[in-house]
Design a protein around this ligand. Structure first.
Ligand code: PRX
Length: 635
């Protein structure tokens, strides 16, 4: 099922600014792309040499067991070595690593030295609580500096973290804890969002009941309301950090390049979320290279990736890559429009943000409030702007470019996925732009658009986006489920050995790539990734619902909104009250992002003879479009 198709306005060009290009970290995209294509391994080896290793690799790429590729085998490193340890031995120890602003306006800045000390202290706490190399730790927090500290401390001791986005509810949290078998969970009492408290610890209490594997819960005090603390299980972070054991020096675990750094669960085509596994070595090389080249990070920059650390964007580009590069990374806790629609612009001006990276849905949301809000603030510190998460519609692109970027900041539209670890298709400052196109593949990456048999499609024709060769930060497997890794990403083009992205895309006459949307049962709602099956299982877990089907329908603000169709159990009656109850139920079971905009009660659903729901038919019907080929329809 393809999301709404649009005709790309291929004639609209924005040429690169010569001054920006001349000063760029990579002034000539074409030359570097060619060099990487000629010898990808030499290219990646050179990038890896920019980082510190305890021991150099023997082999850049081990492709002996495709598609279980290994990178920098024999190499010894640790994310914490490059993100922190090496910086505190240089002048960078005095530089700000993180600037944090809470939604209520409280502030905290940490220099590299301070961050390093906090991470060391917490690493010692975790070790003291018995966490060992290889143990999985679940993190369920708001956007506070402690989330970065927790992630880095886990990396430092070699314990893979699994960060669960704070907007997920207890069922989603419990299933992720269960899948990762984490005995330790790090959380906050609550998080501030639009002036209200999101009661994270309550959710943790319920999740821990559903998932008894949790033995220890560490709680950061953020919002201060009364919460339940379970004796023998729950500990306050600040109490632990005050213990003598929390010394500000800690050994960094020496990790193999291929040892796991983290698991991050993402939605797929079944109800069960997939634990995408990333490792210490290749992920460092790839994320730091992409950030440095696409966003042209300079020592003096103030980089603001406005995502949540709980998603891959936050992992790669709030926490890890900026710190590897020794950059200053900004974290803001709250909503963009709280208390007023100029909150972000006020922060840009206050902190002198030079690069802002956000999602189209946020831009569209801010656009609604008009130009007066940004115009109230001096945004002249901005040098580059970025977009991620879904296709950016040209109107939002132009507004972002004109109103926020004064027509002087290139829009770096980055296409990538949880599975890819870093940007795959993105302009560098030396690449001309077309609004709505993520432009060209990153150096070292070969992509194509092909039909179901693997033949390349013609210019401006829709096809499946594939990635033709391995790259250092590629997903290593689905945690605990190699079969699913193979069937999901590699089975379709097994013969050719290509990675299937799950997106529909096209290439125009200039070779520019246009990603149109998902072509599987994955939805993008406000840039969040959700499986139709996750929402459906949330609905059928209500006693009144026998069966359900969920589709995404284009929405001006959110990209897509969720429409749900439910068959009720015998005796249950569809009503507005039941619709409201089901929405509340999904909010509780899955999370606020999964709540359907509309629920329709139906007597049956269109199915194939083998019993598969034909969501395509529901979608065409909802949009008033032709129903297409119905030959496989059962009835
Ligand atoms: O459909 C594509 C869309 O987001 C999907 C990946 O989602 P997730 O793993 O949550 O990662 C989001 C942040 C990297 C992709 O399969 N997507 C992401 N960026 C873009 C995009 N679609 C179009 N243009 C983009 N720039």
């Amino acid at each position: 099922m393809t999301e709404q198709a649009f005709t790309p306005p291929t004639s609209e060009w924005y040429q690169p600014d010569p001054a920006l290009v001349a000063a760029a970290n990579v002034p000539d995209y074409e030359a570097v792309y060619d060099r990487a294509r000629q010898d990808p391994q030499a290219f990646w080896a050179k990038r890896a040499e920019e980082l510190q290793w305890y021991q150099k690799w023997d082999q850049v790429l081990d492709a002996s067991n495709k598609p279980f590729y290994k990178w920098f085998t024999g190499g010894k490193t640790n994310m914490a070595l490059n993100a922190l340890d090496r910086h505190v031995k240089t002048w960078r120890r005095n530089k700000l690593a993180i600037i944090w602003e809470g939604e209520p306006g409280d502030k905290l800045s940490l220099s590299y030295w301070q961050l390093w000390q906090e991470v060391n202290k917490f690493a010692n706490v975790l070790r003291g609580m018995g966490v060992k190399k290889g143990d999985r730790v679940t993190i369920y927090m708001g956007r506070v500096p402690e989330i970065a500290i927790a992630m880095l401390a886990c990396a430092k001791i070699g314990a893979p973290h699994s960060v669960v986005y704070g907007g997920f509810s207890e069922q989603a949290l419990a299933s992720r804890i269960e899948d990762a078998q984490s005995k330790v969970l790090i959380t906050c009492d609550g998080a501030w969002l639009r002036g209200k408290i999101v009661p994270l610890k309550n959710t943790v209490d319920e999740a821990a009941q559903r998932s008894p594997v949790v033995e220890t819960v560490i709680v950061v005090k953020r919002t201060g309301q009364d919460i339940h603390m379970e004796g023998g299980r729950d500990y306050w972070y600040h109490d632990l950090m005050a213990l003598p054991i929390a010394k500000p020096r800690a050994e960094t675990e020496i990790m193999d390049a291929e040892d796991p750094l983290f698991i991050l669960y993402t939605s797929g085509t079944t109800g069960k979320p997939k634990g995408v596994l990333h490792t210490h070595g290749g992920y460092q090389v790839y994320t730091s290279t992409t950030l440095s080249w696409a966003f042209d990070i300079k020592e003096e920059d103030r980089w603001w990736c406005a995502a949540d650390p709980g998603w891959i964007t936050g992992h790669s580009y709030i926490v890890y890559a900026p710190l590897i590069l020794g950059a200053t990374s900004i974290i803001y806790e709250g909503a963009p429009t709280y208390p007023y629609p100029d909150r972000w612009w006020q922060l840009v001006a206050e902190y002198g943000v030079s690069i802002l990276y956000t999602a189209p849905t946020a831009i569209r949301g801010l656009m609604r409030f008009g130009e007066a809000w940004p115009q109230r603030h001096d945004l002249s510190s901005l040098r580059l702007l970025g977009s991620v998460g879904e296709p950016i519609n040209p109107e939002a692109w132009r507004w972002y470019h004109r109103v926020i970027g004064r027509e002087q900041c290139p829009i770096i539209d980055t296409w990538w996925q949880t599975e890819t670890g870093g940007f795959m298709i993105t302009p560098l400052p030396s690449v001309g732009l077309k609004p709505g196109s993520a432009t060209r593949p990153f150096p070292g990456i070969e992509v194509d658009i092909v039909d179901d048999d693997g033949a390349p499609v013609g210019v401006n024709e829709d096809g499946n986006l594939v990635i033709k060769g391995p790259w250092p930060s590629m997903i290593r497997t689905v945690y605990g489920d190699d079969e699913r890794f193979l069937s999901q990403y590699w089975a379709k083009y097994q013969k050719q050995g290509w990675y299937l992205a799950g997106d529909t895309a096209r290439r125009d006459e200039d070779g520019y790539l246009w990603v149109i949307g998902r072509n599987d049962d994955v939805l993008k709602v406000s840039g969040y990734r959700l499986g139709t099956a996750e929402v459906e299982s949330g609905l059928v877990s209500h006693s009144a619902v026998a069966e359900s089907a969920v589709i995404g329908v284009p929405d001006e603000l959110r990209g897509n909104k969720i429409f749900a169709y439910c068959i009720l159990v015998a005796g249950a009656e569809g009503s507005p009250a039941l619709e409201a109850e089901l929405k509340a139920h999904v909010r509780h079971e899955v999370g606020p992002i999964a709540v359907p905009a509309q629920i329709e009660f139906v007597d049956n659903l269109p199915k194939t003879r083998s019993g598969k729901i034909m969501r395509r038919v529901l979608k065409a019907q909802a949009l008033g479009q032709p129903l297409g080929d119905l030959s496989t329809l059962e009835d």
